[in-house]
Design a protein around this ligand. Structure first.
Ligand SMILES: [Zn+2]
Length: 306
């Protein structure tokens, strides 16, 4: 009898996944995104370092005497616009593209970047994820990311940390274990005193944690704390999404996540279901600023239950 129940459960699970599975293009269409209408907005941090906002992950561009290095490249349809923004800032094609992680909204430009000879760089786990089909459980949708063609894959990877010496400064790529995904990189521009956090730090609402692919709330907290130890109190902190922030913004974010994590852990220890955790409103005092907490609670609950 028990086997029969498990069998039925597996079938219904598969059918739910099939119903909700969408491509990144379908997800963008469902969100009403029209790439033709998107304009890239540039905020310059210094004469050499600029943040490009469009749709998808924030792009950080180092444009200097040795060439162009960018962190993340959004979506393929935006690459021509990203290129013209870089050109207006005095740069040519990107020599290097660092992928903070493998998600499609940060790496969608890779095929076009690779086609003109840009070298992609990522954590070893992110490259591995890009070689295979992945399903990202956004809670409100399941997005299927297809394997990347060879020219879109990172050609250089690292495990714990690596350095670039480019455009007059040291650039540290650092990995502190599973967090938003299992392949996150913080990119610290030591001379400019700027860090790009990828999606481990989100300033467009509560963070998304890719718990089905090895991410977890404990790892997000640990990753952010590790970065805080690496940077200065006056370091400029670029999040994966949302406006440019500060050391204090990152520290406040960590404090919030620690508190929420503790509340959820206590509820789980008391036997609470996901629905009971949501009903207990463990994020209540932040919701007005941060928005709907359901996706965070769902993914944090999943990662703490493992
Ligand atoms: Zn992401």
């Amino acid at each position: 009898m028990k086997k029969f129940v498990i069998f039925i459960g597996a079938i219904s699970c598969i059918s739910v996944r099939a119903q909700n599975l969408m491509t990144p293009d379908e997800l963008n269409a469902s969100r009403g995104i029209n790439f033709d209408a998107v304009e890239i907005r540039v905020e310059s941090i210094s004469s050499d370092l600029h943040v490009l906002f469009g749709v998808g992950g924030n792009v950080l561009a180092s444009i200097g005497s040795q060439g162009v290095l960018i962190v993340d490249d959004q979506f393929a349809p935006l690459v021509p616009k990203i290129r013209s923004s870089i050109s207006a800032l005095g740069g040519g094609e990107a020599d290097f593209v660092i992928n903070t992680h493998w998600h499609f909204d940060h790496t969608g430009g890779n095929p076009l970047m690779g086609a003109v000879g840009s070298w992609m760089v990522s954590h070893i786990n992110s490259r591995q994820m890009m070689t295979e089909t992945q399903v990202v459980n956004l809670v409100t949708a399941l997005v299927e990311q297809s394997p990347y063609m060879d020219q879109a894959l990172p050609v250089i990877t690292y495990e714990d940390q690596m350095q670039f010496y480019f455009n007059g400064e040291t650039i540290d790529l650092m990995h502190f274990g599973p967090a938003h995904t299992t392949g996150d990189t913080a990119v610290i521009f030591r001379g400019s005193n700027v860090v790009h956090m990828g999606d481990v730090f989100n300033r467009s609402g509560y963070p998304f944690i890719d718990a089905d692919n090895g991410g977890g709330i404990d790892g997000v907290i640990l990753f952010c704390e590790s970065v805080l130890q690496q940077i200065e109190t006056n370091t400029i902190v670029v999040p994966g999404h949302g406006p440019i922030g500060t050391y204090t913004d990152l520290a406040d974010y960590v404090a919030m996540l620690r508190e929420i994590r503790e509340r959820i852990a206590i509820l789980i220890a008391g036997g609470a279901t996901l629905q009971e955790v949501i009903s207990a409103r463990p994020t209540a005092e932040w919701d007005e600023v941060m928005g709907d907490p359901q996706r965070l609670l769902d993914r944090a609950y999943a990662s703490l239950r493992e």
